[in-house]
Design a protein around this ligand. Structure first.
Ligand SMILES: [Zn+2]
Ligand SMILES: [Zn+2]
Length: 340
């Protein structure tokens, strides 16, 4: 089959990803073999290709927003049949036995492995997935529309949960106010869900195209990250992998506000001013992957509220160009690879 691999990680313009012919994967007894019909392009793929995330598997095939059709099943698989449509996401496998797994926090499992980092992902014609970690996809979502939901969407949802804004209703005289710093694939899905749930969303980002998309989706305001939003925020989420944004977002929070950091990688956070950026019980929370329950909840919410990814199609053979365009910010929404 044809598949992309990360050779020597480095700047994306130096060509760290290569398209190669390699043997089709064989499913383990508890795995499904999947023919890939769409694979989203996530910023984490860029971090793997550029070496921001250390190499876990040499020559790994990136891609963890995979929509495909089951074309083979391992001997122990029950509940999936040939022809079923499934989603493959970032969380590949956990041990299922540690205290985090047993306590409902499998995203923190010290033995977790990840698709497109520890094992081969979906920038390929075929991929495998552990059956227990595959998502069944609602018919309402077509292949290309579903792909970005599988990481960008689920992580945006996890980040929104981590702000605590979903924990209870807003007081009648004070809408919940959320700031989103950066407005790429994950943020534009998170914004739609927050707005559908009655949260007032303020988007702080550069780029005219992203700002237009934010307003089209119902944002209450758009502005530059360096400027204060028009209102004090109850919560904020940073999506851009830029540590400099952290004190800026903390300053924009109201008393008791929470910042949730959605990225897997962040440049260093500069020193903070305690009085203006942390005092009054403001909190900083990181977001580490997601549980399968998060994924199932989000897919259900996405269908119920009609959450739609803005997508740009690239053929599988153009994955390197998609990654370069992502880095350069040449599209709004999300890029999705489709078979050649
Ligand atoms: Zn575990
Ligand atoms: Zn991702």
């Amino acid at each position: 089959m044809r598949a992309w691999v990360v050779g020597e990680p480095g700047p994306i313009d130096a060509g760290p990803v290569e398209l190669v012919d390699k043997p089709m994967p064989a499913p383990a007894p508890d795995e499904l073999l999947v023919r890939v019909r769409a694979c989203g392009v996530c910023r984490t793929d860029l971090h793997v290709a550029e070496g921001d995330l250390p190499v876990h598997r040499p020559s790994v095939t990136p891609g963890h927003e995979v929509v495909g059709e089951v074309v083979g099943t391992g001997s122990l698989v029950v509940g999936f049949s040939l022809g079923d449509r499934v989603g493959i996401a970032w969380l590949h496998r956990t041990d299922g036995t540690c205290r985090y797994c047993r306590g409902g926090a499998e995203n923190l499992c010290p033995h977790s492995t990840y698709t497109g980092w520890d094992v081969d992902g979906g920038y390929a014609e075929f991929a495998t997935v552990v059956a227990d970690y595959a998502y069944r996809l609602p018919d309402a979502l077509d292949d290309v529309a579903a792909a970005p939901l599988l990481c960008a969407g689920i992580i945006g949802y996890r980040a929104l949960k981590r702000t605590s804004l979903l924990d209870g209703p807003a007081p009648a005289d004070h809408p919940k106010r959320l700031g989103l710093y950066g407005f790429g694939g994950s943020a534009h899905l998170c914004a739609q869900l927050a707005i559908a749930l009655g949260i007032e969303v303020h988007v702080l980002t550069r780029g005219e195209q992203s700002r237009r998309l934010a307003l089209d989706l119902g944002a209450a305001s758009v502005g530059d990250a360096r400027d204060a939003p028009p209102v004090a925020l109850d919560a904020a989420i940073t999506f851009a992998p830029v540590g400099d944004l952290v004190p800026i977002a903390m300053r924009a929070l109201d008393r008791g506000g929470v910042l949730s950091i959605a990225g897997i990688h962040l440049s260093d956070i500069p020193p903070m001013d305690y009085e203006h950026e942390l005092f009054y019980e403001k909190e900083i929370r990181s977001v580490t992957a997601n549980t399968r329950a998060d994924g199932r909840e989000f897919l259900e919410l996405a269908v119920r509220h009609g959450i739609r990814a803005t997508t740009h199609r690239y053929r599988l053979c153009e994955a390197d160009r998609a990654l370069r365009d992502l880095k350069a910010g040449r599209f709004d929404g999300a890029a999705v690879l489709v078979p050649d």
